[in-house]
Design a protein around this ligand. Structure first.
Ligand code: GLN
Ligand code: ZN
Length: 760
């Protein structure tokens, strides 16, 4: 029978109600044993496999489940454990696995960085000089488990060797080829065991293929996949790409594997165009990523069907696989648990489960004719149409105001050097001023208080009083620690994007719409469904209160337009840039409110600026230009005596050094310690002149850094940056840390600054 197949590239790990996160955190807190953790994880894993089986997905992935991160899984599987964790070889114990990810008392964690252009973070493998060895065949375990306990022949999924090496660090780039040669046989061993166990398909993810790669690298792919497929001739190797179109299309489809997976959503038509222009090999399978795996909107099934029919004019029916565009790791699990969201929005939503159902419906439409799915097509079209027509999407006032701003190039009134003088006269800060990034420990007590208030058990007054008490405690505490620039602590915020979304028109919120960000940390991105506008001041109350308690400056604290955009699920009927400008206009008004209330240091965080960077070099310039425009639209109308700060997380800033400068913020703070200081070298190339704080200690780990360690980090930065522009701050916000460790770390930081000031 010729039949179009349906497939899942990867499924969310976290469970419908974040059971995964809860189990992990209980284990880390010593509240459950290793064996209960493993039982709970197995339960979740099997449940998700069972669910996909019942839905009728033909190719169900196994091995995509993880206890933390799939890149770390791959590293550990091939024996890459950083030396400082003293692993003696053999299977890597779960404790060591978590230590690499989270650090322990003696050793810092491995670096963590963004997974391509998503908000998922992977643990960067440190290869050092370790020889790759196979520590355990985790794919085989997953495969056998799925076979025995769920009765399915799963499709093992693994990160491919080339992407794996490209994402790794700690080796000489000229050894790339040598390392690859060593890895290939290990991959083949893994696959051979799967072959013997009865696997039919293996999906190898090589998302690096959608970035700008060279001809030379393509040759590596040829060599590698020739060896791999030859090693396991009876297995169908599916080479999977996602997040963009592939360059080198003709070479990629000619690779000697059984199937190629392409993204037909984020390719902006390029993959389909190549398909039509160059065709597709008759003997290969095409896994068509047709359903958006990155957004939460329902598909226009009719349009998708047409698109698939176009694909079918090139590819035979029995060679086509219908699937989401990427792993569903990036979307929440299911819409069915959302009981409270506005019906017009809800009916237009599709999360992981609904997306898989769409894949099945589309496959059915191709297999049994359009008639068979007519009702489903109508239903989805109607859902989309209702939202389209809703008043929230059609706010004339916002649209007109935005148009007026399109005529103007946003710009600060004076040059930085002039502003700097004025600001120094106002703030009179010491050399190497100390500050933090904004959030202070969000203890259980704070989260419980918010819950009580949300449930209506606490009145607004009660909750506000509670927040004020926390602010007041911490203002005094920060003064005691000796910090120069204070923050109010962000206690009233559940999350730096959701908090603002709730105060703006055009946003909707889910109850369980969580996605994994890093490790056990999940985020619940708001949904931007309509035109955005400010309902009233968002932050003045808390900041003014904090400022009223101290003579030291308190920074106003806002989340920037690009970050709000990148950390939300965004409507797809207008361009992302249009949405960003709407957010920027709202923020601009909030900044004005803050100034009117005599707040003259205002931080506008853009931690997610870097992560929205397009994967293709030629598209990056435009994105960065738009990002700068939006940031300046929000921030540049301020007075000279208002100091604009911004903050960014995570490494690899070399690419955006110029952008950082163009934002024209008076002070920027950037993560540097977690990435072991690597970013600092970027400043050797470029003389940077505005205020800058490169994080002097990593906040992702509960470890308290010593004074000497912090001094070393400061001195490392002062090799390339002038002391007169340098600020001393941690890597990022402190909300995930405990009070005691935070106090001790900040005391050490202030002491380190004091000692260096003396020596300078
Ligand atoms: N101001 C925010 C905080 O401190 C910034 C967080 C971030 O950069 N991700 O929590
Ligand atoms: Zn940060």
């Amino acid at each position: 029978m010729t039949k179009v197949l349906s497939s899942t590239i990867g499924y969310p790990r976290i469970g419908v109600k974040r059971e995964w996160k809860k189990a992990l955190e209980q284990f880390w807190a010593g509240k459950i044993t290793k064996s209960s953790l493993s039982t709970e994880m197995e339960h979740l894993r099997l449940h998700d496999l069972q669910k996909q089986k019942e839905m009728g997905i033909d190719l169900i992935p196994v091995g995509d489940f993880s206890f933390y991160d799939h890149v770390l899984d791959t590293a550990v599987m091939f024996g890459f454990v950083p030396k400082r964790f003293q692993h003696k070889g053999g299977e890597v114990p779960i404790e060591t696995y978590f230590d690499i990810a989270r650090g322990n008392k003696e050793s810092v964690a491995s670096e963590m960085t963004k997974w391509f252009n998503t908000n998922y973070h992977y643990i960067v493998p440190e290869l050092e000089s370790s020889e790759p060895t196979l520590t355990e065949n985790r794919l085989l375990h997953s495969f056998l488990e799925a076979k025995d306990k769920v009765g399915i022949v799963g499709k093992p999924v693994i990160l491919g060797p080339i992407t794996f090496l490209k994402l790794s660090k700690g080796y000489d780039k000229k050894d790339f080829h040598k390392l690859l040669q060593k890895l290939i046989p290990l991959y083949i061993n893994v696959f051979k065991e799967l072959e013997n166990a009865g696997a039919e398909w293996i999906q190898i993810d090589e998302p690096i293929l959608t970035t700008s790669i060279s001809e030379e690298e393509i040759n590596l792919f040829k060599e590698t996949y020739k060896s791999i497929q030859k090693g396991v001739p009876s297995i169908k190797i599916l080479l999977q790409t996602y997040f963009e179109a592939v360059e080198h299309y003709t070479e990629i489809i000619s690779l000697p594997v059984a199937g190629i997976g392409l993204d037909f959503v984020h390719d902006q038509g390029a993959n389909l165009e190549s398909l039509k222009k160059y065709g597709f090999p008759e003997d290969k399978f095409l896994a068509a990523g047709i359903i958006n795996g990155r957004n939460i909107w329902r598909s226009d099934l009719d349009g998708k069907l047409t698109q698939l029919e176009r694909i079918l004019s090139v590819v035979e029916k029995d060679r086509l696989i219908v699937q989401p565009s990427c792993s569903l790791l990036h979307v929440p699990v299911t819409v069915t648990t959302e009981k409270e969201i506005d019906a017009a929005v809800k009916n237009a939503l599709a999360f992981a489960d609904e997306k898989l159902e769409e894949a099945i419906v589309l496959a059915e439409g191709l297999n049994n004719g359009k008639k068979a799915i007519e009702a489903k097509i109508k239903e989805s079209a109607r859902g989309i149409e209702i939202l389209w027509q809703s008043p929230g999407r059609n706010q004339k006032k916002v649209q007109e105001e935005l148009k007026r701003w399109d005529e103007v190039e946003p710009k600060r009134k004076t040059h930085y050097s002039i502003r700097q003088q004025i600001q120094q006269d106002v703030f009179k800060l010491p050399l190497l001023p100390t500050t933090t990034i904004g959030s202070l420990p969000q203890t259980k007590l704070i989260r419980q208080a918010r819950l009580k208030w949300r449930r209506g058990e606490w009145s607004n007054g009660q909750y506000e009083k509670f927040i004020e008490e926390n602010i007041s405690y911490w203002i005094e505490h920060q003064e005691g620690i000796g910090l120069d620039v204070l923050v109010h602590g962000e206690f009233e915020r559940n999350d730096m994007v959701e908090y603002f979304g709730e105060k703006l028109d055009g946003f909707a919120f889910t109850k369980y719409g969580w996605v994994q960000s890093y490790g056990s940390r999940c985020v619940k991105p708001p949904i931007i469904y309509g035109d955005i506008s400010l309902k009233g001041s968002m932050t003045v109350k808390e900041i003014s209160y904090a400022q009223s308690l101290t003579k030291k400056p308190v920074k106003g604290m806002l989340t920037g337009p690009i970050t709000i955009l990148n950390w939300s699920f965004v409507r797809d009927d207008i361009s992302r840039f249009e949405v960003t400008k709407q957010i920027a206009l709202a923020l601009k008004k909030e900044i004005k409110f803050l100034e009117e209330n005599r707040i003259h240091m205002i931080q506008v965080d853009e931690p997610a600026l870097r992560e929205g960077l397009p994967l293709k070099v030629e598209k990056q310039k435009e994105y960065l230009k738009e990002a700068v425009h939006a940031f300046k639209l929000a921030t540049s109308s301020v007075q000279d005596n208002t100091q604009i700060h911004t903050h960014m997380c995570y490494s690899d800033f070399e690419k955006i050094m110029d952008t950082i400068d163009q934002l024209d913020a008076d002070v920027i703070s950037i993560e540097a310690a977690r990435s072991h200081g690597e970013l600092i070298s970027a400043f050797e190339e470029k003389a940077y002149e505005k205020g800058i704080g490169l994080g002097v200690y990593d906040i992702h780990s509960p470890r308290v850094p010593g004074v000497e360690e912090i001094k070393t980090n400061i001195q490392r930065a002062l090799h390339v940056l002038q002391p007169k522009i340098f600020w001393i701050n941690p890597d990022c916000g402190l909300k995930t840390r405990g009070i005691e460790e935070t106090t001790n770390a900040l005391k050490n930081m202030v002491e380190a600054a004091r000692q260096i000031r003396k020596e300078t």
